[in-house]
Each structure stands twice: as C-alpha cells, then as structure tokens.
Design a protein around this ligand. Structure first.
Ligand SMILES: Cc1cc2nc3c(=O)[nH]c(=O)nc-3n(C[C@H](O)[C@H](O)[C@H](O)COP(=O)(O)OP(=O)(O)OC[C@H]3O[C@@H](n4cnc5c(N)ncnc54)[C@H](O)[C@@H]3O)c2cc1C
Length: 384
C-alpha cells in the first residue's frame, strides 16, 4: 500500500468512531467506518455533552447543530433519596468560564449530527470486525461477512468490550463494582435545565433533560458482576427505587421497556503506557472505559477523535506509527487521571459504607464553591 495517501479504517460507529471519522474527513484523510450493527440504535442512551466536548466539536463546526438538538443544562442538583437538596452546582457558570454550554442530548441525535459530517459512503453498517493483521506497509481487517479491507492504519473505536483491543493490549478490564439501568421517556421536565442525582445506600438515580420534552434517567447500584436479571430489568429497578422521592418511580414506571438500554455492568481500565501497536490504535471506550460518575466517557471520545485527526493530518511517509504513539501519549495524559477520578467519585457516590456516605454528604454540603469550580475547570477545558 502506498504511503502517500493515508487510508484510515475505523472500527465502530459509536460517538468516538463517528467523531474521529468527521475530524479525519475534515483533515482531508480518506476514512472508512465499519459498524457491526445494521444501523444506528434509535433508543435508550443519552449523555451530558460537557463544555470540553462542545469546544472540540466547535473545531469541527458541529457544536451549534448539536446544541440545537438537545437541552442546555444549567444546574446540577444533588439530593437525598427522600428529596432533600444537598447541593446545587451552577454548571451554567462553569460553562460560561469554559466558553461553551453543557448540553443534555440523546445518543441517536449526537450520532446523527456527527454522521452529517461524514460521507454516507464512508460508513458501512453490518460489518463486524473479527480480526486485524498488520505488516510494514499497512493493516488488513477481516469481517464476519467474509470481506477484508486494507488501510494504512486502523483505529479501534469498538467500545468497552473492544475486539481489537484484545489483539494489542491484554490488560484486563476492572469491574467498577456497579451495575446500571438507563432509559428515556417523554415526561414533564423533572426540573427545567437541571441535571439531578439522588443518593441512597449503595444506589443512585440520575436524570437530565435531553430536549424534545424527553428526560433521560440512569440508575446504578453496587453489585457483583453479572448478578442482575436482564429479563426483569424494569421490575428489579422499580423495586430498588420504591419509596424514593417523586417523580423517580413515576419516571421508571412510564418508561417503555423498549426505551431502556440493556442492563449494563460498568468496567474501566487503568493507565497503560500506550494503547496500540504499530499501525493500530484505540479510541473512546475501547481505550479508556470509565465509570460514568463524571459524565465524561463520550466527551473524551469526541476529544480523542479531534486530536487523532490533528496527528494524522501531519503524517507523511512511514511515520504513521509514530504519529499514533504521539496521539496516545497526549490522550493518556488527559484521560488516565479522569478514569481514576471517575472511579473514586463513583465509589463515594454509591455510598456503600458509613464512611463513604459521610464523605459524600459532607463533600456535597460543605465543599466550597471555589473547589467545585476548580474541579470543573479541569474537566471542561479543551486545548485545541
Ligand atoms: C449510565 C451511564 C451514563 C453515562 N453518561 C455519560 C455522560 O453524561 N456523558 C458522557 O460523555 N458519557 C457518558 N457515559 C459514557 C458513554 O456512554 C461512553 O463513554 C460512550 O458511549 C463511548 O463511546 P464509544 O464510541 O467509545 O463506544 P460505544 O458507544 O460503545 O460505541 C462502540 C461502537 O462500536 C461498535 N462495535 C463493537 N464491536 C464492533 C466490531 N467488532 N466491529 C464493528 N463495530 C463494532 C458498536 O456496535 C458501537 O456502535 C455514560 C455511560 C453510562 C453507562
């Protein structure tokens, strides 16, 4: 394969894969995305897209389109399971300092905005990657449909359970200790422009508006891996939040089971010195799965995509592996501390032990506004 014109294979059309494809395309680099599913998932998930990811999307000219499809979030209200407010953080102030809003939005809407920046013919649905081999001049990916594709490099954006990661990185996933439920429902806004999180003993429940009159909710509880009953996910959750403050039970009850995501155990990965080998690299959850406590998984995947394109835009001759290692070094420095912060925050937020519950309560009630602002300043920054 000639080195003059890079041809990048991206595995996975999630948020990270599509962000990378949009950024690479804008840098004039030929890119093909392979997605195992037959189309984009239309239900269930949603995110807070924080200021840092909005700034990264601004680099691609996509931030306004995304903001229009979601709901601006101004406050983060923390409550006890009985409904007493423990803290109310002014995200609107942190966002103003960062220079971009915080937006609650459905996963399909984010994917749709990113897809509009990618040439249709560059995304192939129904292509499940099952193997990758590389040599001195390129990579060859093989797919379950019997086809093969050759490129100058391969970016694995195939999520937390990444098939490709296992070929280049044997570090085992770390279970977070928590299992989640997620869903979206049309509902009078729980609290306008406000993201909420309510806390019990080993359990938490969060909501956020995502535009179009919809509310996205998630719940999480401490449990050994693989112990929840997927078939009865809604009943199990209703039992868990029985007696919690209004309208938590009503929200879950009103949610169509088809608008709930499959029950999910949460894993992360500790810091490694590199993510890939040769002409293969990782991006998004494939590289740095993290607990959802800081709402940064998808945001960091978007940042990854923009930064990867920056590196590959400068690639020439046979320096692609070196460029990929530079991308990894830059992104490991950014994401590894966030993974650890999210892990610690996740544990405290669940409050399994009395000590954790005291830390959680004191942290929320007494933390000085300046300390909260500083915590967000680090997260909400994006260095172009
Ligand atoms: C409860 C909860 C709340 C969250 N809230 C937030 C939030 O508010 N903000 C935020 O930023 N993040 C949040 N996250 C994290 C976020 O969901 C993930 O970090 C994000 O979806 C990762 O995107 P990705 O593109 O890397 O991976 P994924 O979204 O997992 O996408 C991977 C894609 O690859 C495809 N694929 C997999 N294997 C193959 C294969 N072999 N061949 C081809 N295609 C393949 C999959 O079908 C999928 O489309 C939350 C997570 C949870 C669990």
């Amino acid at each position: 394969m000639g080195e003059d014109k890079p041809r990048i294979l991206v595995v996975g059309a999630g948020i990270g894969g599509l962000a990378a494809a949009a950024a690479l395309g804008q840098a004039g680099i030929e890119t093909i995305v392979f997605e195992r599913l037959d189309g984009l998932i239309a239900v269930g998930g949603a995110f807070t897209i924080a200021s840092n990811a909005m700034l990264a999307l601004r680099e691609l000219g996509l931030d306004s389109a995304l903001a229009e499809r979601g709901a601006v979030i101004k406050y983060f209200s923390h409550r006890t399971w009985r409904g007493k407010e423990l803290a109310r953080w002014p995200l609107v102030d942190f966002a103003r300092d960062a220079g971009a809003p915080v937006v609650g939005i459905g996963r399909p809407e984010v994917q749709d905005v990113l897809l509009q920046a990618v040439d249709d013919s560059d995304v192939r649905f129904g292509w499940k990657c099952i193997g990758v081999v590389q040599d001195e001049s390129g990579v060859t990916a093989s797919f379950e449909n019997g086809r093969e594709e050759r490129g100058t490099a391969l970016v694995a954006a195939d999520g937390e359970q990444s098939t490709v990661r296992r070929l280049v990185d044997e570090t085992p996933l770390r279970y977070s200790g928590h299992t989640t439920w997620q869903g979206a429902v049309t509902f009078d806004e729980f609290a306008p422009a406000t993201q909420t999180q309510s806390y019990g003993r080993g359990v938490l429940f969060g909501t956020r508006p995502i535009g179009g009159g919809k509310v996205y909710w998630y719940a999480s509880r401490t449990a050994p891996p693989g112990t929840s009953v997927p078939a009865d996910a809604k009943a199990e959750l209703l039992e868990l939040v029985r007696g919690w403050h209004d309208p938590i039970e009503q929200l879950v009850d009103a949610t169509d089971v088809k608008a709930m995501l499959p029950h999910l155990d949460v894993y992360d990965l500790p810091r490694r010195d590199s993510w890939g080998k040769g002409r293969i690299t990782l991006l998004g959850d494939a590289a740095h799965p993290m607990a959802p406590a800081l709402g940064q998984g998808a945001c960091q995947a978007i940042e990854d995509g923009v930064k990867l394109a920056r590196q590959l835009a400068r690639a020439h001759g046979d320096n692609i592996p070196a460029r990929l290692r530079r991308y990894e070094a830059e992104r490991i420095a950014r994401t590894a501390p966030i993974v650890e912060r999210a892990r610690t925050q996740d544990r405290i937020s669940h409050g399994d032990t009395t000590t954790e519950r005291i830390a959680r309560s004191l942290g929320l009630r007494l933390a000085p506004a300046r300390a909260i602002a500083k915590r967000y300043k680090d997260l909400f920054t994006f260095e172009p």
